[in-house]
Design a protein around this ligand. Structure first.
Ligand code: PEP
Length: 250
């Protein structure tokens, strides 16, 4: 089954309005120069920039998403942002359960699932992140951890159209370390098999690899069976670094 790849950039807590607009404009103009693009391109800026970036990207090949959302639609949750607000700001996606949120904010699979369900409720595509720590990998627990995260973080009502899974080994994020392609292959095949037990159209779900993806290693990673795109942190901040990753999937 052919699955349209998704190349997603996660800007994390980086970028002020002016420089972010310049980088997004540069990315949009590269996509425009390309004409027909064979993959979906996404940028997830900090929440305060979602509205501005969505306006800038309107009508282009680049979509905008949020890095997180609250589980609830509205209410007494100081400082939080709902999926409905994100959709209202013009975004089409929300990441749920990035390992930095699982670690920094103690987000459990249960919370991640609720956040992903909130994203679906608001009409957003949820990108659910899973990944093992170095200790878990060294103790041979990778596949068990991934299965547990997939099973318990997958939103109710997940379909290939509304849900994306990102496999991001925690030890590979921002470290420059990348697993062997055989390890990526093993985990992605495993996720695909797990999804087949959990949903009807599992074959069509985009499975992204994330963790130190760069222009120099993207082609090799994107060639792995069951890798249908990338979630990119550091190398998504500059259009000139991100575009070569996009180009591997055009
Ligand atoms: C990420 O934040 O999801 C990520 C993969 O970061 P990096 O590409 O910098 O490793």
């Amino acid at each position: 089954m052919s699955v349209r790849p998704l190349i997603a950039g996660n800007w994390k807590m980086n970028g002020l309005a002016k420089e972010s607009a310049a980088e997004l404009s540069a990315l949009i103009s590269k996509a425009n120069d390309q004409g027909e693009v064979g993959c979906d391109i996404l940028i997830c800026p900090p929440a305060l920039l979602v509205s501005q970036m969505a306006t800038l990207a309107e009508g282009s090949a680049v979509s905008i998403g949020a890095q997180d959302c609250h589980t609830q639609e509205k209410g007494a949750h100081t400082g939080d942002i709902s999926a409905e607000m994100i959709a209202d700001a013009g975004a089409g996606y929300a990441i749920a359960g990035h390992s930095e949120r699982r670690t920094d904010h103690g987000e459990s699979n249960e919370v991640v699932k609720m956040k992903a369900e909130a994203a679906l409720r608001a009409g957003l595509i949820a990108i659910v992140c899973v990944g093992e720590t170095l200790e878990e990998r060294e103790n041979g627990k990778t596949l068990d951890i991934i299965s547990d995260q997939v099973k318990n973080s997958l939103p109710e009502g997940a379909t290939a159209a509304n849900t994306v899974i990102a496999y991001e080994p925690v030890w590979a994020i921002g470290t420059g370390k990348v697993p062997a392609t055989s390890d990526v292959d093993e985990v992605h095949n495993h996720i695909r098999s797990d999804l087949k037990l959990l949903m009807k159209d599992a074959e069509g779900v985009r499975l992204l690899y994330g963790g130190s993806v760069k222009g120099s290693n993207a082609a090799e990673l994107m060639a792995v069976e069951n890798v249908n795109g990338a979630l990119v942190g550091g190398a998504s901040l500059k259009a000139e670094d991100f575009w070569p990753i996009v180009e591997t999937s055009l």
